[in-house]
Ligand binder design. Structure first.
Ligand code: BGC
Length: 825
């Protein structure tokens, strides 16, 4: 059945009655087509009802867009744990606003973010991509993020529903958790994002929960998410998470991505014809998609709210400011920071992450920033020309070489910076050619011409120096690399088969090349597929052969000894913190710890900047002058680090997760499922609550972070009751010499330490950020809604505030004695 596009509805009148009428006009074919992707990133248009193509893109730190190339740039903000470290919904809302504006500029309707899974084990590969170990902090950050995105007329997608808290075996593991655990911890941020922020999509995870894979988990998706919480948006599957026909179709998943998904085509048509699936189930999915389309301005005359170009125009400054709000000062002995810049003549900047800052983590979260300000650039412009700045690696920790960039390569076909990507058929005839800017090409069905069997990546490298170089080839399977006419037949193996690993940590090999500065080296990489379904990830890296690491470290120590201060930047890389696999340990890579220790021994003014998204061990933390935790800080990271080191900005962040001093202390460490099962036997007590319960001490507690001024808390009062919620008030005085920012945290625990017959440690019930000038006192008010006082009563199957006497503590972190009072609820 086809209708003229002129009969499409007005946006403002997109009531369910009108949308239902549109659903009724669609044929079974059209409806079936709409519930699976048209390709990797979009749903098909249906012009007969005025429905335009709905485009999706990954977040959560930028908007990658629908290609996977450095030419498709995006703003890139700090990683999500950093966003939560601001302990300030205004920061998450600002992130959402920037990404919503970026999505509008790239014609993206659906942002596949935020990620609200939990920091259960610090080894989780996507720990960096999740907000916190605390459900309340996660929920508050997520709701503000979603509101920010959706206010721009772009849909947010809360993911991954639910309990996708580790990566190893993520397609198959089953999480076993009781209902109280799920409700209080793992479901809570989704519930807040849906009920409080009105999120328009939820993404169904790869894993299973209590025996049913999530895309087919009717109790969680149909009963809790849709019926109980009243979610009226779209449940989109994670990419390739739909692995069944009827179970997933009936299990609450509305859209199967990427598409087309054959399991949802003919098998569902047959199931409807044979009466096993009611067509009304399909109609409900279509209705939800049309509702979404109306919301983002992709239906009929519907238009999204006017995009504000000013947001992106001011993005760099906005990102720099919000980035300073995320960084956490862990140590500052003798007021080392901020630097007295007038006394500085020479600064030694040292470390593998000083030379190559990790702006982002790895996996589908990776975006392509227009530019990145690294720490060397940030410090150079903050310190000015009168301060000498030396920069060197000191140690080598990167698995991959730097990718070939537009700065040292030209596309031989056009002479423009970059690469040629060529698609050929089985006979070698060229079907299409693209110009690329990035050294890694990811090729998906639907994104290349039909009949493609051979993919070729070609470039001309212009070496910067004379001598032995290394050409790195990354990818899967058989390839041929030809360097200046000499062919190298390579077989890089098949990898683990995981999408994230395939994308971000493909196998690699090295080819030695003797080169002269300025003399071009022609490189061609050819991948021939053995079937029509082509998913290719191929890439090239290039660098001069590294000097001996011992000599490099000795030179770094000499630099440090000759400088007024040494700034050592150590951290992880996108090969260590990534989707697709978990970390294998918490130690920094390679000889990082030795580098810090040797530099600190050479210069007592050693400041360590840690460039990582999830906790790492810092065995030298008592031996250095200061430690700044900079996260994976995004495109303006180096400028923000320099702002904090020089005192232009306050380090505004507080830890959103407990940082262990030792691996053996961590209450839940293992990230490998046992026989395919993750048993959440610790129940709803995770993170700092579990540390407290076990009487163990982390290196730095949840909520911890220093500023550049001093504070005093006075006059704590609490009003309210279980039914209406509480208002906690405290006077906070800035007793130091600088304007600063303080995060006031409120924790609650039953006086007898028990709830529902088992031990119940403290938990965060509210927080507020406050700014004050020296000498000023501010009255800070923290609201605790009644629901945040309640716990899940498994016997009653409902939320309930357990009557009793509680200790309420207001302080600076989970271990701070702060001010306390006793209340009766
Ligand atoms: C990830 C999702 C992502 C999707 C699309 C999946 O592998 O788990 O977070 O949105 O890919 O890239």
């Amino acid at each position: 059945m086809t209708e003229s596009p002129h009969t499409a509805p007005q946006p403002a009148a997109s009531s369910d009655a009108i949308l239902r009428d549109l659903v009724a006009r669609l044929s079974l074919d059209d409806k079936l087509r709409l519930v699976t992707g048209e390709d990797v990133w979009s749903l098909p248009e249906l012009p007969q009802i005025g429905l335009r193509k709905l485009r999706m893109s990954d977040g959560p730190v930028g908007v990658r867009g629908t290609s996977f190339d450095a030419a498709d740039t995006s703003v890139v903000v700090p990683n999500p744990s950093a966003q939560a470290a601001a302990w300030d919904p205004a920061v998450a809302r600002e992130v959402g606003t920037l990404l919503g504006a970026q999505a509008r500029a790239k014609d993206v309707h659906i942002l596949l973010a935020p990620t609200v899974n939990m920091h259960r084990t610090p080894l989780g590969g996507r720990h960096f991509e999740c907000f916190s170990e605390d459900p309340l902090l996660t929920a508050r950050t997520a709701t503000a993020y979603v509101e920010g995105v959706q206010a721009q007329g772009v849909a947010a997608t809360v993911k991954h529903f639910v309990a996708n808290d580790a990566e190893n075996e993520r397609m198959t593991y089953d999480v076993r958790a009781d209902e109280r655990t799920l409700r209080e911890v793992y479901l809570a941020p989704f519930e807040a994002a849906v009920r409080d922020a009105g999120a328009w999509l939820v993404m169904s995870a790869y894993n299973g929960v209590n025996g049913a894979t999530m895309t087919a988990n009717s109790p969680l998706q149909n009963e809790i998410l849709k019926q109980e919480w009243g979610f009226d948006g779209v449940v989109v599957s994670d990419w390739m998470a739909v692995r069944s026909s009827e179970p997933a179709f009936l299990g609450g998943t509305d859209v199967a991505m990427p598409g087309p998904v054959e399991l949802w085509g003919e098998p569902i048509r047959a199931a409807i014809a044979e009466g096993r699936v009611d067509e009304a189930v399909l109609d409900d999915k279509v209705l939800r998609i049309l509702r979404l389309a109306a919301r983002v301005g992709a239906l009929g005359d519907a238009a999204a709210p006017a995009a504000d170009p000013g947001i992106l125009a001011g993005a760099r400054e906005r990102i720099r400011t919000l980035t300073t709000r995320t960084m956490v000062l862990l140590e500052n002995r003798g007021g080392t920071l901020p630097f007295d810049t007038s006394a500085l003549r020479r600064v030694a900047l040292i470390g593998p992450n000083a030379v190559r800052m990790s702006a982002q983590g790895g996996g589908s979260a990776t975006c392509f920033p227009e530019q990145v300000v690294d720490i060397a650039e940030g410090l150079r412009s903050a310190l000015g020309p009168d301060v000498e700045l030396t920069v060197r690696d000191g140690a080598f920790t990167h698995r991959k070489l730097p990718g070939i960039s537009r700065a040292n390569s030209t596309d031989p076909a056009t002479d423009a910076p970059g690469f040629t990507l060529e698609f050929r058929d089985v006979h070698g005839s060229v079907l299409a050619t693209e110009h690329r800017l990035g050294a890694q090409a990811v090729v998906w069905p639907g994104l290349y011409p039909e009949g493609t069997r051979i993919v070729v990546l070609r470039t001309r490298i212009i070496p910067a120096v004379d001598g032995e170089h290394v050409l790195e080839v990354l990818g899967l399977g058989a390839m041929t690399a030809t360097v200046d006419g000499e062919a190298h037949i390579l077989d890089l193996g098949t990898g683990t088969g995981d999408f994230g690993e395939f994308l971000m940590r493909p196998p690699l090999t090295h080819i030695p090349v003797a080169a002269r500065a300025g003399a071009p080296v022609d490189v061609e990489l050819v991948h021939t597929a053995d079937s029509d379904l082509l998913v290719v990830s191929m890439g090239l890296g290039w660098a001069p052969v590294r000097p001996d690491e011992e000599a490099e470290m000795a030179a770094a120590v000499a630099d440090a000894a000759a400088a007024d201060v040494a700034v050592v930047v150590v951290g992880t890389t996108e090969d260590i913190e990534s989707e697709g696999f978990d970390r294998t340990g918490l130690a920094l890579p390679g000889r990082s710890d030795e580098l810090v220790a040797r530099v600190a021994a050479a210069n007592r003014n050693t400041v360590v900047v840690v460039n990582a998204g999830s906790p790492v061990l810092m065995p030298w933390r008592d031996d250095v002058a200061a430690v700044l935790w900079a996260w994976l800080p995004g495109q303006e990271g180096g400028a923000a680090v320099a702002d904090i080191l020089t005192g232009a900005a306050e380090p505004g962040g507080r830890l959103p997760t407990s940082f262990p001093a030792d691996e053996t202390d961590v209450p839940v460490l293992a990230s490998n499922p046992v026989d395919g099962v993750h048993a959440y036997t610790e129940g709803s007590t995770i993170g700092y609550r579990l540390w407290a319960l076990r009487g163990a001490k982390p290196g730095y507690p949840f909520g911890y972070g220093l500023g550049y001024t001093d504070w005093e808390y006075r006059d704590l009062t609490v009003e309210g009751n279980a039914a209406d919620g509480l208002t906690v008030r405290v006077d906070v005085a800035n007793t130091g010499a600088r304007t600063g920012r303080e995060i006031v945290q409120a924790y609650l625990e039953p006086l007898d330490g028990e709830l529902f017959g088992s031990a119940e440690p403290l938990r965060l019930v509210g927080f507020a950020a406050v700014d004050a000038e020296p000498g000023a006192t501010r009255t800070v008010s923290v609201d605790v809604p009644s629901r945040d006082l309640a716990r899940w009563d498994a016997a009653a199957g409902s939320w309930r505030t357990v009557p009793g006497t509680y200790r309420l503590t207001v302080g600076r972190n989970a271990e701070d004695a702060g001010l306390t009072t006793t209340i009766t609820l």
